[in-house]
Design a protein around this ligand. Sequence first.
Ligand SMILES: [Zn+2]
Ligand SMILES: [Zn+2]
Length: 349
Amino acid sequence: MTAVKAYAALSPATALEPFQFERRALKPHDVLIEILFSGVCHSDLHQARDEWGGSIYPMVPGHEIVGKVVLVGEHVKKFKAGDTAGVGVMVDSCRECKPCNDLLEQYCVEGMTGTYNNYERDKSAIAQGGYSTMIVTDERYVYHVSGQLSLPGVAPLLCAGITTYSPLKFAGVKAGDKVAIAGLGGLGHMAVKFAVAMGAEVTMLSTSPSKEADARKLGAHHFVLSTDAEAMAKLDSRFDVVVDAISASHDYEIYLKLLALHGKLLVVGLPSKQPQVNPFELIKNRRSIIGSMIGGTKETQEMLDFCAEHNIVADVEVIPMQYINEAYERMLRNDVKYRFVIDMASLKS
Ligand SMILES: [Zn+2]
Ligand SMILES: [Zn+2]
């Protein structure tokens, strides 16, 4: 067992606070990672405050983890001490069903084991996440990270990165495709970077004119105000793909209308109110709406390799662990570009 320092939510109503617990002793396929940086995802906040129901306490959030391998179990082949490694949203799955065998473990028929706010598969303990100094994870769910990339910016790739990379790949986005991204936050900013790197002609759609300069800095070729009805009408049936990365409640219709023949609306934003869909807009151009949830182990590694090749990382604001409650409040005000990342050294000292 390894004693670790962490920050945890002890109840939905209390702020995160210092917490200590023990990581399990290494099993033959386990990797012990010293966590260097941990990204702060909006779903951390939702779950710490039990906004989705069923939260398990004490809860150490965090599923955007990057660090150094310290020790490996006796059967570990993929990693050795000193390797840079990442852990994302999932730390286990049944490993027997069709999605698991297809390395699409995020769609495991028994349900994947989340990195936190879940019990370990053998029910031995509560799985605890990345707001901690160390993590022990089965090597199947651990990824190689290029030492060439800036590590704080790598952490969010493990959730925000794969969440947007996977649907763009599933939709077959390629050079010359016209892609629109709706919503410029943690997910949207990664979607812009990936779509640009895949060679697409990228249009940022936003309700806020102040986002134009930022969108162009991220590589977007065009910017259109989604509240400008006239400008939006001009985009009718123009795009191969629209990525909907908006978490505020909204209808799909205005984005469906933008899709050309066989166009795909890729949904990664999770508004709390169920969106309306107009079937007349859906049948036109044989459009489809496709949902997508993170990525499997194979594709997550592929995404990290793609990022190394194209020098892609998230834009981040590095914070000490002690700042986390203030960071949550700022996230609620959308006051972050585009991800907070905790420097775990702040917890060790
Ligand atoms: Zn996340
Ligand atoms: Zn499975």
